[in-house]
Design a protein. Structure first.
Length: 279
């Protein structure tokens, strides 16, 4: 079954008010071509779940996000994402903070279709102060009190991989999967953008078996998007664009700077943007 589509076709499947998981990690392998399509759309009131980077910052700055579920939001070379900082300090978004491991367990619980997973993560921390939805359970085989990490069910998940076939199988060629597989398995709809679309046989030849972790069963649509992770990295295809991220970070100083930045950033079509980056 051919599942190829464009970024705009992905966005047409989304609705305001949805909970959307975004793959990658900080400034690494973010599905930015689809994020840009969301920025161009009329979607609002989104809950964004992410190991966040500029994806989260841009959606906050554009008024697309109303709630965040995250373990951190960083642009790597800019340790604290500046637009995220502004959104939190001004109260433009609410947040449901989690520890990095707790976020993983929440996705795993949703992928396994169980209501929660027990953990010691978070005990004795301020997470219970800042995330009052968290609860504890008692070990039924003993007496230990554990955190009951609730399943994080997503309406949609969006990830970016190095290679994919038209059926939705995909592979990462860099050092880390960044839990993209769990995001897709935790979601009602899953969308994969990729640097290069291959036939299924070529995908098997080009990507070692252990890298082909994204299964077509959990993928609704596939977008071929060369340079689609820019300005974040997608090694070995391309590295992070730190100069761009510094310019982007500077746009957080006031509303006028952001409006100027985003009007240039979103000018033209996605195909034009990708060609410009490639050149």
């Amino acid at each position: 079954m051919n599942k190829t589509m464009s970024e705009d076709e992905v966005v047409s499947r989304l609705e305001s008010g949805m909970t959307i998981g975004i793959g990658g990690w900080a400034a690494r392998r973010k599905p930015m071509s689809i994020v840009r399509a969301i920025l161009r759309s009329d979607l609002t009131d989104l809950t964004i779940a992410s190991y966040g980077g500029p994806d989260v910052g841009m959606l906050c700055a554009a008024g697309k996000a109303s709630k965040l579920i995250s373990a951190f939001v960083s642009d790597d070379s800019v340790p604290l994402e500046p637009h995220y900082r502004v959104a939190r300090q001004t109260g433009a978004v609410t947040e449901q903070p989690m520890d990095e491991g707790m976020f993983l367990l929440a996705l795993q619980a949703a992928a396994w279709r169980v209501p929660f997973l027990p953990s010691r993560v978070g005990l004795g921390s301020d997470l219970f102060r800042d995330n009052p939805s968290l609860k504890t359970v008692t070990d039924p085989y003993g007496s230990e009190e554990l955190v009951a990490v609730p399943a994080l069910h997503l309406d949609a998940a969006i990830v970016h991989l190095n290679r994919a076939d038209e059926r939705g199988n995909a592979a990462f060629l860099g050092p880390d999967l960044y839990f993209d597989d769990l995001l897709l398995e935790a979601a009602a709809m899953g969308f994969v953008s990729c640097e290069k679309l291959l036939t299924t046989s070529d995908l098997a030849d080009e990507a070692p078996l252990h890298t082909r972790r994204t299964n077509r069963m959990f993928v609704t649509g596939v977008v071929e998007a060369p340079n689609g992770a820019h300005p974040t990295s997608c090694v070995p295809d391309h590295d992070v664009d730190d100069a761009f991220l510094r310019t982007y970070a500077g746009s957080a100083k006031d509303a006028g700077a952001w409006e100027s930045f985003v009007s240039e950033y979103l000018a033209g079509s996605e195909a034009d943007y990708q060609k410009a980056v490639a050149s």
